[in-house]
Design a protein around this ligand. Structure first.
Ligand SMILES: C[S@@+](CC[C@H](N)C(=O)[O-])C[C@H]1O[C@@H](n2cnc3c(N)ncnc32)[C@H](O)[C@@H]1O
Length: 274
């Protein structure tokens, strides 16, 4: 699949053009896929994202993209692979567009139809599609930036659909990520602690060149009304009885810690001309 205009995709095998404007998104997945990520979880992620807790994290990603693309005249093509309900991509798109005149083509893909349905409903400016990171429907060298935020990756596919100058930006949780939530859900058990994830960094280094890691660590006040979406936005609450979750929702944690590591990697070791 190749992007020909900002709101159309064309299949390079049969030249069939898909107009995105009618449904707001396209299903490019062959077959159906069952997932634990449900409507409530995506709505909860959107509520937390809209509260502004991720703003410094968005800025770190946008600073990098705008600095690299400052002198570029061609539109910057960004894909969020495993975008969920689309808030991260939407915020990144908005922030970049505020800082540069260079047009941006933003594409979000997720294996969950529910996530993409919500993304297309809330954020009509981007292109949204249901698809699998392990078998991407996009043509070789389609994207300048590949975002992969707290989602499973497929590095061989990412390399294939990135331009030669392209950058992959993978985001993984640090050991303090949402530690107050883990304290609420798993107080006193070993699940309360996150283990440091060295394997992901090793795998990333094995696939990409000129790898850099940036740690984003901060605490922000969290309104009590956001405890409920916080609990339901992550797999951390899976397997805990609804009654216990209801009890936990009554707590006030006051603050929440965001601890994310952003990995930047280039497809090629060649220094770009930026
Ligand atoms: C923890 S959620 C993160 C979603 C979003 N990036 C965010 O941070 O809000 C993980 C996401 O990965 C998606 N996902 C899992 N396997 C996938 C695959 N093979 N291809 C595309 N998306 C996938 C899930 O549907 C889910 O939306």
């Amino acid at each position: 699949m190749k992007m020909v205009q900002w709101k159309s995709l064309v299949c390079i095998d049969n030249n069939h053009c898909f107009d995105l404007s009618k449904r707001g998104y396209m299903n490019l997945l062959s077959g159906s896929y069952r997932t634990m990520y449900d409507k409530r979880m995506f709505e909860s992620r959107r509520a937390i994202s809209r509260s502004g807790v991720y703003r410094p994290f968005y800025e770190a990603i946008c600073d990098r993209i705008t600095a690299e693309r400052e002198v570029e005249r061609e539109p910057t093509k960004v894909m969020d692979a495993g975008c969920g309900e689309g808030s991260h991509l939407h915020n990144i798109q908005q922030t970049i567009e505020q800082h540069t005149r260079n047009p941006l083509v933003a594409v979000g893909m997720d294996i969950s139809k529910e996530g993409i349905h919500q993304a297309a409903t809330e954020y009509p400016k981007a292109i949204w599609c249901v698809g699998d990171n392990a078998n991407s429907p996009f043509a070789d060298q389609s994207f300048d930036y590949l975002l992969n935020i707290l989602s499973p990756a497929n590095y061989a596919e990412f390399r294939r659909i990135m331009t030669d100058d392209g950058t992959v930006i993978k985001v993984i949780p640090g050991i303090d990520y949402l530690k107050e939530l883990r304290g609420l859900l798993y107080d006193g058990t070993d699940k309360q602690l996150y283990a440091k994830d060295n394997k992901t960094l090793e795998r990333f280094r094995a696939h990409f060149e000129r790898v850099e890691a940036e740690s984003i660590h901060y605490r922000l006040p969290l309104d009590k009304a956001l405890i409920e979406p916080l609990i339901h936005m992550t797999p951390l609450s899976w397997g805990i009885e609804e009654e216990r979750l209801q009890d936990i929702q009554g707590n006030n944690i006051g603050e929440i810690t965001i601890d994310l590591t952003i990995l930047f990697g280039k497809k090629s070791s060649r220094t770009s001309s930026y």
